[in-house]
Ligand binder design. Sequence first.
Ligand SMILES: [Zn+2]
Length: 385
Amino acid sequence: MPLTTEEIALDHGFPGTRRSVTVHRFGPATAGADRPKAYIQAALHADEIPGLLVAQHILARLRAADAEGRVRGDIILVPYANPIGLSQAVLGTAIGRFALSSGINFNRDFPDLAAAVADRVMDRLGPDAAANVALVRHAAREAIAAWETATEADSLRKILLGLAIDADVVLDLHCDSEALLHAYTGTESWPDASDLMAELGCRAVFLALESGGNPFDESCSGLWWRLRNRLTTSRPGGAPPLPAACLAATIELRGRRDVDDAQAAADADALIRFLTRRGLLAGEVAAPPTPAGRATPLAGVDRVRAPVAGVVLYAVALGDTVTVGQTVAEVVDPVTGVRHPARARTPGIVWARAEQRYTAAGAIITSIAGDRPLAEEGSGLLTAR
Ligand SMILES: [Zn+2]
């Protein structure tokens, strides 16, 4: 089957409504489990628009590759991952990060499948790593199929995770408020993901095994190291070989307003080169370019918070390198006119700023990529649940 397009309906919607996701599948006509699989989705946070445009450019390139018979692996593209969020607005402002009905963050609290998969495979894993990977993927699909959801948001999570869980590569396209292109991935996926980041011109990569929020990418990739940890603990004689078989990354396509057709086409070209290098598409690709940034621990990110409520005046630009104690912004108290400095706690590169120029006290206004952990792994390293 060259290209199929399917609509998958969400469960648990309100009477008289029907929501669905569109799923494009590319792959060779011959059956075979021995080829790579990639899964790409856009705008799980539905108000993060750059990915919606990049997905359309990817779709056009995949259609062309398909017409030329160049698709070698299985590729799934979900061009909009969150029909619930896409329908939300308050007084003209789109709200796509949180569900208005419940307050949940659409990219948090995906299930940790390690326990359910461990129960299914514990006594069946052997010395063959490839066979173990196939067994785990099968068990993970079963575990997701057995998930009895009760809300529309969980129904969506089940659909997306079911499409992605057995992929070698999972790319979740997001954006930040105002930001450089940056990405989140698993510590175990580094430096494997370095060519992906180099192709994209990624300026900062944040590594964690446990972010504390269980976002979509970590639910896919974290299964492998969480499962290995369980097996190591429960089988003192030595765990069977189990590689981290899923490279998953959340790719933040700059800021909310960075919706530009030429930029989106270039981003899609970068992702197509990556897919080609990984054997999903036939063709030759040059070595990846020199990396534009570095990987640092997610726990090393300094989230600089506003000392008071007021008007934000930034003293640094995106991409600036700052030192400890440097003022990154002043917050002007609109009552007294007093200017309160917000300072860096770590040296590093400024990779994100809040686009709003009026802030609440304690809100995050700037993010800096530091080398040394400021927080504990797993302690809620991501913003806004
Ligand atoms: Zn997002």
